[in-house]
Design a protein around this ligand. Structure first.
Ligand code: GUN
Length: 289
């Protein structure tokens, strides 16, 4: 039997509809959530991602500010922009689209963003909050994965979760979130010995490698839930890290690419922006200083 397709398009539009209703109420009370995005340089994929974020803001009723900066932008110029948004009470969420040009020190940029406005959940303060299990801004792709698993009633407690990829923006934070949801978690990476032997133990397999169709059917345990975080641009178009056509015949549930995790990232970012606005307006308790 072919796997259930986890429909990120449907879940992300449900979440956006829920947020739109919430924002309409907030606006009645005089609070308009606002997300400010800096886009440095000419990376074509980044332009697409930022446009998707702007469209989601529009749909939900979130105000969006976009600063498009030239590839030659200096560190000082970018930091000055971030600081101006930190100091602007009408801006609730700040995001600097990644990747940035090589003259920019991205870590320093992240450290400069006010953690209370860090809707990406990438500031080391928020990463630390995630580590200790405190409510904070969770990184959007990992929290989108958890949301998909929850909405499809895929049991995390006691499940063996194997993550392939150890990046700061997906592999490590999704491991922590799965752990907080009582999964038994293993992170694999390029130096893992006998990767297939590890991935075959997974009830939940998360592929975040960045290599097209890297996870093949023989690497998947029958009945597993397979989450594909890959976004690889190939000659045949956008393609995930999982060999979807073959793996869907082995897995019990699987996310497609496109139409899976990618759409969830934007939905969770919108949720974080609304949360940031409510925290800064004192509508909900601030979880951070
Ligand atoms: N580049 C690709 N995905 C993301 C994201 O979620 N946030 C930021 N800031 N940059 C990205």
């Amino acid at each position: 039997m072919s796997a259930q397709i986890i429909d990120g398009k449907k879940v992300s539009s449900d979440i956006k509809a829920e947020l739109a209703a919430e924002v309409a109420e907030l606006k009645k009370g005089g609070l308009e959530p606002c997300l400010a995005v800096a886009l440095v340089g000419d990376d074509p994929a980044s332009h697409v991602y930022v446009r998707n974020k702007e469209e989601a803001c529009k749909l939900i009723g979130i105000k969006s500010i976009k600063e498009q900066l030239p590839a030659s932008t200096t560190q000082e110029e970018l930091l000055a922009l971030v600081k101006s948004w930190n100091d602007d009470p009408s801006v609730h969420g700040i995001l600097v689209q990644s990747p940035v040009p090589s003259q920019i020190n991205e870590h320093e940029v992240l450290l400069t963003i006010d953690p209370a406005k860090d809707v990406d959940g990438w500031h080391p303060f928020n990463v630390g909050q995630l580590m200790v299990g405190e409510s904070t801004f969770e990184s959007c792709t990992p929290s989108g994965i958890i949301e998909l698993l929850k909405r499809y009633n895929i049991e995390m407690a006691g499940a063996k979760a194997v993550i392939v990829g150890r990046s700061n923006i997906v592999g490590k934070p999704v491991a922590l979130l799965l752990l907080h949801n009582d999964a038994t978690v293993e992170i694999c990476h390029s130096r893992t010995k006998d990767l297939a032997a590890e991935t075959k133990t997974a009830d939940i397999l998360v592929a975040a490698i960045g290599k097209p169709k890297f996870i093949t059917a023989d690497m998947v345990k029958p009945g597993a839930a397979v989450i594909d975080v890959g976004m690889n641009r190939t000659e045949e178009g956008l393609c995930g890290d999982v060999d979807f056509e073959a793996v869907k015949e082995v897995a019990a549930a699987i996310t497609p690419v496109p139409g899976g995790v990618g759409l969830m990232t934007v939905a969770m970012l919108m949720g974080n922006t609304v949360k940031a606005a409510k925290q800064q307006a004192g509508v909900v308790e601030r979880s951070i200083v």
